[in-house]
Ligand binder design. Structure first.
Ligand code: XMP
Length: 328
């Protein structure tokens, strides 16, 4: 039975020096635990799995096998960044799985949010399991469990919705950041040399853009969402104080727009995208910060002039409660 309580004597990791000491300690502990065996890790590119990957690469190099599953619901540039940072800069043993068609085919026509979450979670496990079976000699599974996961959900990563691997793939766990709080994970990630936009990125749900492409996901609407979301993140990200979470959602209805062809106005139907930005401490309640009107206008202009199919930009000022943070 693994110890699940943070040692009382453990100092809060707040400085690069403390992070360095933690890294040295964990590298030694990982080496002692896994020896020359191989370790498997599902690397999403989120803060926790990225920090775990970087720690294990430092400890065991290519004996860590990172599996990055692109389910088609990641944000613009994310799979590319995972490949750049881990394969090219850290020289990791990275398996990149392009599962976009698999996920989008399974999700076609499914409008119910919980059903969508279940499909994404179950398919993720299936893809990961297939990759695990292709690898030889895996003895351990690394996980980015952090202390709040242990405190809040009995050691299961919150909201992961991915079930578990089958019994014959129940490896021993390597969880080097399981006693760290999020802010400590970020300090350690920075000390490990991970890029700031990876270490300080905003929370992103496991089902990704899937719960922001409202209703039954279509590829064209999903692409429009991904492009619009990148613009929203870039422009709001320039503010001196950025909100806790800021992103875009795209509803599954259209409204009338007008475009000019040879000086003649023509009506057509297009999508609306919705800007969402919230502040919260624990995601249980959330408020809506002020966004300067000029920033909203810049976002509007960029979206309607560059994102195909979108003719309207809305700003969601609903707080939680009554609304939730995500649209689904
Ligand atoms: P809501 O929409 O419930 O979101 O106010 C609260 C926080 O949880 C995130 N969220 C999820 N995270 N899987 C996740 O990993 C999910 O299915 C999921 N649904 C919501 C949401 O982004 C917000 O931070």
């Amino acid at each position: 039975m693994q110890n699940m309580k943070r040692p009382e004597t453990m100092e809060r990791i707040t400085t690069p020096a403390l992070a360095k000491a933690f890294i040295e300690e964990q590298v030694a502990a990982i080496k002692a635990q896994v020896g020359d065996k191989k370790v498997l890790l599902a690397l999403s590119g989120g803060v926790d799995s990225s920090v775990v990957a970087a720690l294990l690469i430092k400890a065991i190099g290519k004996n860590l096998v990172c599996v990055h599953v692109n389910h088609g619901l990641l944000r613009k540039g994310e799979p590319e960044q995972v490949i750049q940072v881990f394969r090219h800069e850290m020289d990791a043993n990275l398996v990149y799985v392009d599962a976009v068609d698999r996920f989008l085919d399974k999700l076609a026509g499914v409008a119910d949010p919980e059903q969508k979450r279940k499909i994404i979670g179950a398919e993720f496990i299936r893809v990961f399991e297939e990759e695990a079976r292709k690898q030889e000699g895996i003895a351990f599974l690394a996980q980015g469990t952090i202390y709040p996961d242990i405190l809040e959900s009995k050691g299961v990563k919150a909201h992961h919705n991915v079930g578990g691997l089958p019994d014959d793939l129940q490896f021993d766990l390597v969880e080097p950041v399981k006693f760290l709080y999020k802010d400590e994970v970020r300090v350690v990630g920075t000390a490990l040399g991970l890029p700031a936009n990876m270490v300080y990125r905003q929370p992103f749900p496991g089902p990704g853009l899937g719960v922001r492409c409202v209703g039954a996901i279509t590829r064209d609407r999903l692409e429009a969402l991904r492009e619009a979301d990148a613009i929203v993140r870039e422009e709001i990200g320039k503010l001196p104080t950025v909100p806790w979470q800021y992103f875009c959602a795209i509803p599954d209805f259209q409204s009338t727009g007008i475009k000019y062809v040879n000086g003649q106005g023509e009506r057509y139907m297009g999508w609306a995208v919705i800007i969402r930005a919230v502040n919260t401490v624990d995601a249980v309640t959330a408020t809506v910060p002020e966004i300067p009107f000029s920033v909203l206008c810049t976002i509007r202009d960029r979206i309607v002039s560059t994102v195909p199919g979108v003719n309207r930009v809305l700003w969601d000022i609903s707080e939680k409660p009554v609304a939730t943070i995500e649209w689904e």
